[in-house]
Ligand binder design. Structure first.
Ligand code: IPM
Ligand code: MG
Length: 368
């Protein structure tokens, strides 16, 4: 049997730095756990634009469709701010999501014990937090037509369209309910049914799918603004949150800060199963390219490393090795190691990006 295949797209800014640390973990899995991947690497985002004039080359897109999983670092940077929308670095990522049809984006927010004091919220609000935001990723206002900046009389008007079909809502709702069944069996759906028709349809379809197929799961609904407030007030009331593309983007950044740092949060973007039964999948940290700290050894590689752990769990059926990585992260944090984003407490040891990666590898070794 051939090895499972991984396409690595480090991207821009801190992407390559954090991905270098993931490479160490991938190598370790091959050496110590006999879990070897065929790894290829390519460009996405600004670096792809610099080389090809587009943020994602057609060959890279085609390759992404064939591999068992894609691992992405981050895209974007101020250098590309003035580019036309059609070739902005972010378009490379959005094209991958859209063409691979990765409609279900899982964004877990888990507060590691060692970081409970570090969150900007009170310790008892976040300690032990373990929730997942399921964000719809291939539709909504990110992709709806019409879109653009148009001339109307003598002024310009910017247009984006929030659009959801029933089937788009139904499939992401199912994926949230399925996930909840493997966890604490609770889903909260968030939209703005009070002001948006697409939000009303969202609420209706989620309610229908629930009644027909998942009545064993506890379902609640919240307006997304109230949901944001509840996420700050008492996040532990949630288990799985399902929401649309734009609300999911915002709510997941907020949930990230509950855990101490955006540098901690991984994500999995899953599509429909391929011939081999594996879902099409792309794994990436929730954080961006952080151009302000790029190249300085300050970036936290944990979000990207935990994204690889999610790949082991969701694409390769190796939840055991995923847990080993999560445990190793827990260990190094408990030992007091902190990258720059996590500094500020007494008695911790500041480490660079690569020292953090090495420490996690050492903790993996110690787990054997
Ligand atoms: C995210 C990011 C992306 C998004 C950007 C980089 C296009 O913020 O994955 O949360 O808006 O979806
Ligand atoms: Mg975002």
């Amino acid at each position: 049997m051939s090895n499972p295949s991984l396409l690595i797209l480090p991207g821009d800014g801190i992407g390559p730095e954090v991905m270098a640390e993931v490479r160490k973990i991938i190598t370790w899995m091959g050496d110590k756990r006999d879990l070897t991947f065929d790894v290829s690497e390519d460009l996405v985002g600004g670096c792809a634009y610099d080389k090809h004039g587009v943020p994602l080359h057609d060959d890279t897109m085609a390759h992404a469709q064939e591999v068992d999983a894609v691992l992405l670092g981050a895209v974007g940077g101020p250098k590309y701010d003035d580019l036309d929308f059609s070739v902005k670095p972010e378009r490379g990522l959005l094209r991958l999501r859209k063409e691979m049809d990765l409609f279900s984006n899982l964004r877990p927010a888990q507060c590691f014990d060692a970081l409970a004091d570090f969150s900007s919220l009170k310790k008892d609000v976040v300690a032990g937090l373990d929730i997942v935001i399921v964000r719809e990723l291939t539709s909504g206002v990110y992709f709806g037509e019409p879109r653009g900046i148009f001339k109307e009389g003598n002024e310009r008007v910017g247009v984006n369209t929030q659009r959801y079909t029933e089937s788009e809502i139904a499939r992401v709702a199912r994926s949230a309910f399925e996930l909840a069944r493997k966890r604490n069996n609770k889903v909260c759906s968030m939209e703005k049914a009070n002001v948006m028709e697409s939000g009303q349809l969202w609420r209706d379809v989620v309610t229908e799918i629930h009644a027909a197929e998942y009545s064993d799961v506890e379902l609640s609904h919240m307006y997304a603004d109230a949901g944001a407030m509840q996420l700050c007030r008492w996040p532990k009331q949630f288990d799985v949150i399902v929401t649309d593309n734009l609300f999911g983007d915002m709510l997941s950044d907020m949930a990230a800060m509950l855990t101490g740092s955006l540098g901690m949060l991984p994500s999995a973007s899953l599509g429909v199963p391929m011939d081999n039964g594996r879902p099409k999948a792309l794994y990436e940290p929730v954080h961006g390219s952080a151009p302000d700290i790029a190249g300085q050894g300050k970036a936290n590689p944990i979000a990207c490393i935990l994204s690889f752990a999610m790949a082991l769990r969701y694409s390769f059926d190796r939840g055991d090795e995923a847990e080993r990585i999560e445990q190793a992260v827990e260990t190094v944090l408990a030992d007091g190691l902190r990258t720059a984003d996590l500094l500020g407490e007494e008695g911790v040891t500041p480490v660079s990006t690569s020292e953090m990666g090495d420490a996690i590898v050492a903790a993996l070794d110690a787990s054997l």
